[in-house]
Structures are given as C-alpha cells and as structure tokens.
Design a protein around this ligand. Structure first.
Ligand code: V0V
Length: 139
C-alpha cells in the first residue's frame, strides 16, 4: 500500500523560528513553503542537503486560524510531532483499502495537500495513536 514515508509533520507556533532552528541546529534546508487555507496552515517542507529528490521530508506546520486542527493540537499538546505521512500512488484506492479493513478515514474524498498532492487521513485512534496521512503526490 505504502511506497515510502513521505514526511513527518511537527506542529509549531512560529514557522519562521522553527525553520531557522532546523537550519541552524540540524542543517535542514527549505524545499518548499505554502499556505493551505482549507487546512488553516502555513507550512514548510524541509530536506537534508544530501537527500535525493523524493526523499522523506520534515514538514513544519503553523496555524493560520485558531479553529484549525493545528491550533487545536498546539492548545492541547504544545509543539511536537503531529503526523506521519505515507506516500501512496493512488489515495482513493488506499483510502478504500483501509476503510475495508475497518479504519476510519477523516474525509469522504481526498483533499488538496502540499504542492498539489491529494491527501486523506486515518483517525489516530485507528492507527495506534498516530495521525496517519496518505499522500498521493502531484503527477
Ligand atoms: C488528536 N488526537 C491525536 C492527534 N490529534 N492523536 C495523535 N496525533 C494527533 N495529531 C487524539 C486526541 O488527543 C483525542 O484523544 C482523539 O485523538 C480524538 O480527538 P478529537 O477531539 O475527537 O479530535 P480533534 O478535534 O482533536 O481532531 C483530531 C483530528 C484533526 C485528527 C480529527 O486533527 C484532524 O482533522 N486532522 C487532519 C487535518 C490536519 O491535521 N491538518 C493539519 C496538517 P483522546 O483525548 O480522546 O484520548 S495539514 C497537512 O498535513 C498538509 C496540508 C499536507 O501534509 O499536505
């Protein structure tokens, strides 16, 4: 079902400060930044300098609005790991396969994710306490 780990996502309060921390501390570089109004986030994808294209990235995610999922996560937990994202070739088929196994998918139909990807999420209570994202990259 999964082709690779696409990214791991951490929730942060200050996106620019988090990017600078990851750069100055770990040497990660910004590969992409974006605002996703529907998800209520400002986010950046960070990469290790030696990685090939398509390698696993670190996503840093800050809230745009107080009613967003990220704002709620920060209120409850503070900054930290928020999600694990698996790459799939077909998010509709992957979602259907997981539904057939009895897992709850958050969306009836995939929504728009980073860089034109199509995404859905498995409810954390059905995935060992981990919010699992499914990512079908833009073709
Ligand atoms: C909540 N829970 C989590 C969790 N968020 N557990 C692990 N990881 C998380 N991130 C737990 C929470 O503590 C509760 O446990 C339980 O799940 C259900 O909580 P709830 O009150 O029913 O639900 P909420 O309101 O906390 O919402 C949780 C969900 C929400 C997962 C439904 O965060 C959501 O819709 N997430 C999907 C969208 C999202 O995360 N967008 C931001 C990233 P107890 O207390 O009952 O034990 S945007 C993004 O990733 C993009 C654009 C991209 O990658 O392309």
């Amino acid at each position: 079902l999964v082709t690779t780990v696409d990214h791991v996502g951490i929730a942060v309060t200050d996106l620019d400060a988090a990017i600078e921390f990851q750069r100055a501390t770990f040497g990660l570089e910004v590969a992409h930044t974006e605002v996703n109004e529907e998800q209520g986030v400002r986010e950046a994808m960070l990469r290790a300098p030696g990685d090939a294209a398509g390698a696993t990235q670190l996503q840093v995610i800050a809230p745009l609005r107080s009613d967003s999922a990220i704002a709620k996560f920060l209120d409850r937990n503070g900054p930290g790991l928020q999600q694990l994202a698996y790459r799939v070739t077909d998010v509709d088929a992957a979602s259907e396969a997981l539904r057939a196994k009895g897992l709850r998918l958050l969306y009836d139909a995939p929504r728009r994710g980073t860089a034109g990807s199509r995404i859905n999420f498995v409810h954390p209570k059905d995935a060992g306490g981990v919010l699992v994202e499914l990512v079908e990259p833009a073709s």
